[in-house]
Design a protein. Structure first.
Length: 180
């Protein structure tokens, strides 16, 4: 008896681009005002193996993750912007011992020797009923770039200021929360 091929998925609902929640342990003010997250791509290189007639590609041995990008509305006191700014200053070139000490503070949710300079992040993808469905966990994230902010008096309607931040991280995992 031949096995029956499945031709239709069990769930025919589409994924909503607004159904998400983003959390990075070190940035509570950024979490609240997060407006967008770009789920990073992943790639693997092909290694060409020479034969008498042609090169044959085989899967490589290194996985490359693209950067994690998020966009957030800047709060009126710029607390969320300053969280990232201070983290980056402490990582890159602190001007004082206090800046260095501040970035070294341990992350209570991620204890360890590097917990002050990196932080785990989570992207929760929600169902149409706003139930967490899939969890992406980004290990040992740290900011690489914080975008510029444009102040402008020539706007007709109020458009609240936003900023983008780019993170590097070690790797990410995917966990299905509903099918456990």
């Amino acid at each position: 008896m031949a096995s029956k091929l499945k031709t239709q998925p069990d769930n025919l609902s589409y994924l909503s681009p607004s159904g998400f929640s983003f959390i990075i342990n070190k940035l509570p003010n950024v979490n609240y005002f997060c407006q967008g997250v770009t789920l990073p791509g992943i790639s693997i290189n092909a290694v060409p193996v020479a034969t008498a007639f042609t090169n044959i590609p085989f899967p490589g041995d290194r996985v490359e993750f693209q950067d994690l990008l998020i966009r957030f509305i800047i709060d009126e006191e710029m607390n969320n912007y300053q969280e990232i700014y201070n983290w980056m200053r402490g990582l890159g070139f602190p001007e004082s011992h206090d800046e260095y000490v501040e970035v070294q503070k341990s992350d209570p949710k991620n204890p360890g020797p590097d917990s002050g300079i990196v932080s785990d992040a989570e992207l929760l993808v929600l169902t149409g009923g706003k139930t967490p469905q899939i969890k992406f966990t980004f290990k040992d994230a740290f900011p690489l770039q914080l975008s510029s902010v444009n102040f402008d008096t020539n706007v007709e309607d109020i458009q609240y200021l936003q900023a983008d931040v780019t993170f590097a991280y070690r790797s990410y995992t995917i966990e299905n929360l509903l099918n456990k």
